[in-house]
Ligand binder design. Structure first.
Ligand SMILES: [Zn+2]
Ligand SMILES: [Zn+2]
Length: 115
């Protein structure tokens, strides 16, 4: 185990609506990457926190999304391979911002984007 479910709680109020299957998937990804919880920038976000950070409201407040600190190059390549091998539905790379968004939103198209 690399993560605890509490690691995915809202950083603003501590509320945690993380879906358990998403936690297990993320924990496995972190395990394969050899990462600790400090790589996790954001997991579950309550509605108020989501509004404050300008999120879409479609992913983090539903408990099946995460923002993860990933360096470009070899690390990003390995991360993407691990993520897609674990059947994560969606990945958004934010070039130059040092993090990647992943989610399992069943109502949004599956794929890879650049934010
Ligand atoms: Zn909150
Ligand atoms: Zn995100």
């Amino acid at each position: 185990m690399s993560l605890k479910i509490e690691d995915l709680a809202c950083s603003h109020c501590g509320k945690n609506g993380t879906i358990h299957s998403w936690f297990e998937k993320l924990d496995m990804i972190f395990y394969f990457m050899g990462w600790k919880a400090n790589r996790l920038l954001s997991g579950y976000r309550c509605e108020a926190h989501e509004r404050a950070v300008g999120g879409t409201g479609r992913n983090h407040p539903k408990g099946f999304a995460a923002d993860v600190r990933v360096s470009p190059g070899a690390e990003l390549k390995e991360f993407m391979a691990v993520v897609f091998s674990r059947d994560v539905r969606r990945l958004i790379v934010y070039p130059g911002r040092g993090f990647v968004h992943i989610d399992d939103n069943p109502d949004r198209p599956e794929g890879l984007w650049f934010g």
